[in-house]
Design a protein around this ligand. Sequence first.
Ligand code: NDP
Length: 490
Amino acid sequence: MALSDFDLVLFGGSGDLAMRKLLPALYLRDRAQNLPPGGRIICVGRHEWSREQFVDAVNENAKPNIASAMFESVLWTSFCGRIDYVALDAGDPSSYQALVQKMRPDPAITRVFYLATPPSLFATICNNLAACGLATSNSRVVLEKPLGRDLASARQINAEVGRVFSESQIFRIDHYLGKETVQNLLALRFGNVLFEPLWRREWISDVQITIAEELGVGNRMNYYDTAGALRDMLQNHLLQLLCIVAMEPPVSASADAVRDEKLKVLRSLKRLSPQELAQNVIRGQYRSGHVDGMPVPGYRKEPGANPASRTETFVALKAEIDTWRWAGVPFFLRTGKRMADQLAEVVVRFKSVPHPIFAQPHGGYHNNSLIIRLQPDEGLQLSLMAKTPGDGMRLKPVELELDFRETFKTPRMDAYERLLLDVLRGHLTLFMRSDELEAAWEWVEPILKFWEQEEDDPIPYAAGSWGPAAASALIGRDGLQWREEALPEL
Ligand code: NDP
């Protein structure tokens, strides 16, 4: 579908996210000829730069984030021709007049206000856009994470932005939903009949969802130390992945049909009792260690760190979904920084063979499992038991692999490329609705409250490990192991 002409206003256009992700993603979509000739990008920041000075900054800071194979200087120059710059202080209503001057009044031109700024500015920006007449019916607003730090602040953002824009104009970004494999999970579940009869408590033993980062906190200490792994990763990305694994088949692929089903999952998450909060939620904080053979400092020794910080850099928990489909199936969620590997995957483990008739294989029967890998390479892996060639029925686990890169030679799209196109098209399926956001916070909030009144610090773990041993004990209580612990020794 061809896009209409647009004015995309990038608040935070001079920031890290814009330079590292958003402007490179827009260049790549321009290169793929997805952007109409009348598509303009108006970047906003406080510095009093001319357009030329800002384009110099884009050359310096955004261009290096484009893979050299995708870079063509003619196309880049033409892309930069779409970029304009406005110096504006989001909190100063009078400064919006400079933006008003830049915007085209034609109602057929889509207006997008992308708020890549601290969330404390969301309400101010929306109110000021309304006050200067820019929040029109042809406008959309995009909100970057973090969308609140608890239920009350999420509700406040929803209410304040909702006073200016209707729900169908609000695009709440969770970039995990833009990943190719997450969409493939939807295709796998609802474009095939194979798995649906098995996708339930009768056949599934447990589900593990892991997002592990090798990186530490980097230069994001100011933000991260006030957030932590639960707010930064679990409340949004991991719960969204859980929703897609666990949701009922939607009646259509429309935005609300999909989001209705995800909402039902969030509302069916079993509330954790105080005892379960103590036993089923593990928080950790990395100490010094080695990542990729290199020594790295502990979290409390990172630049700008509070040496007594109690912020968690790791969280693992056991969730359950109180529905007929999922009652009794544990969902283990885990995320952390400075982990042993860079990895994002969903592991759906099926139940064991009810009555083994063959000789016990070396290493025992392996449960069938379906692994949906989001990072580092995108693919699916189905593990089966097969007969070893030769005499006798000797069984061995084998893998059926689907590597998306190998299978589909077509060019790939980064999550931000897809999400930006969806915003410009007005497609809401991959964006969180207000009720979803609040339901996710409602479930997470008791954990935050429990931690606030707990005296113990997060459990230390060595950088470059898989987190505290307590996370293995958590899954071990159900007689299970995290996938990397269950892999045979090489
Ligand atoms: P930066 O600190 O690098 O950039 C902040 C941007 O906001 C700058 O362009 C700054 O402009 C602008 N800004 C701040 N205050 C004002 C103001 N009063 N008026 C106008 N502009 C203002 O942050 P990031 O780019 O890293 O992050 C932006 C948002 O996106 C944050 O909420 C962050 O949590 C979120 N995010 C970031 C990710 C990342 O990888 N960086 C990933 C996911 C989410 P200037 O200084 O020029 O005035």
